[in-house]
Design a protein around this ligand. Structure first.
Ligand code: AHR
Length: 318
């Protein structure tokens, strides 16, 4: 008898959570597809939605804030249950978020933060501590150099993106007390492989065919991979003549580590949508408000764990 009761209550719990999920439609304004990490984030968002029976509508912003704003307005017009935004830049969101608030549609931010006066304009932001990510690479370099001089070139992410601002800050803080380590050039490579390569080529040309450069710090792996290509084409050895440090943990960077061409990496999980869906489902169920920031983990990986990390990637949307 008690077994039957347990079965009935388990079934009704499963049915009510399925019914809740069935009724949810989420509009996701994605930045674009500028990097391998971004593609994985999109793919994880799709599978997380499917797992929960949520209808997910994705709009590709093609790296432009105006496209993202248009997409959010269209989601409001469609009357979705919630809006996810991976905001390309930090500022300029207030008007459209006010519109979402007026329409009583909760907004969840994925992987990048925004600056607004009124933080009730969004529910939560699911993001890593991006200052820490930059700091982890900087700390690694300080240790690696052990007092020896090192000229660093920096490939920044998209101008105005919170993650680019924070990753720059964290690295600069880590090397601040070591005068032997200096950033000699810093420019945006827009988080893409092609732009990372192009900017690295110009750094190499300007710095005695790369001979003045000791390390490239790239705000993401795709730019680092572009830089590795540029280093090779200049007749130098990436990972040896010029060290690399970057963020994301895409399979190609672990392959580069295994080939001895990359040195340090901080992994960023592409599963930003999962915690956002969790928060949304709780909120819809009983009005629970999520914490304002949901932090994902940031961890440094070196070549000795590259194979193990590469093996794990298959299940992570890559
Ligand atoms: O916002 C996260 C960053 O955006 C990733 O590190 C980068 O690859 C992406 O383009």
């Amino acid at each position: 008898m008690w077994k039957r009761l347990l079965l009935v209550s388990a079934l009704s719990a499963a049915m009510s959570s399925a019914a809740l999920a069935d009724s949810l439609t989420v509009g996701f304004s994605q930045v674009g597809s500028e990097s391998g990490w971004r593609a994985a984030e999109t793919s994880v968002a799709k599978s997380e939605a499917q797992k929960r029976g949520i209808t997910l509508k994705i709009a590709d912003g093609q790296q432009k804030q105006e496209n993202q704003i248009k997409a959010v307005r269209s989601f409001i017009a469609q009357g979705v249950d919630a809006i996810f935004i991976a905001p390309i830049v930090q500022t300029g969101w207030e008007p459209v978020l006010e519109e979402a608030k007026d329409a009583k549609i909760p907004v969840f931010l994925l992987d990048r933060a925004i600056t607004v006066k009124d933080d009730s304009l969004y529910m939560t932001v699911v993001t890593a501590d991006n200052v820490l990510e930059g700091k982890l690479i900087g700390d690694w370099l300080v240790k690696e150099m052990d007092g020896k001089p090192c000229n660093v070139v920096e490939l920044q992410g998209t101008v105005g993106a919170s993650v680019a601002i924070d990753r720059k800050k964290g690295f600069a803080e880590a090397i601040a007390k070591t005068p032997n380590i200096k950033i000699i050039r810093s420019q945006s490579g827009d988080f893409t492989r092609s732009k990372g390569k192009e900017v690295m080529e110009s750094f190499i040309k300007a710095e005695n065919n790369g001979k003045n450069i000791c390390m490239v710090y790239a705000h993401n792996d795709d730019m680092a991979i572009g830089a590795i290509q540029a280093i090779k084409e200049a007749g130098l050895k990436p990972g040896k003549d010029i060290l690399t440090g970057s963020i994301d943990g895409v399979p190609d960077i672990y392959k580069a580590m295994l080939a001895g061409e990359a040195n340090a990496n901080v992994e960023l999980t592409p599963n930003m949508a999962g915690p956002a869906f969790d928060a949304l489902e709780k909120f819809k169920k009983d009005g629970t408000l999520p914490p304002k920031i949901v932090r994902t983990e940031s961890k440094l990986f070196l070549p000795d764990s590259a194979q193990a990390e590469l093996d794990k990637k298959k299940d992570m949307g890559y």
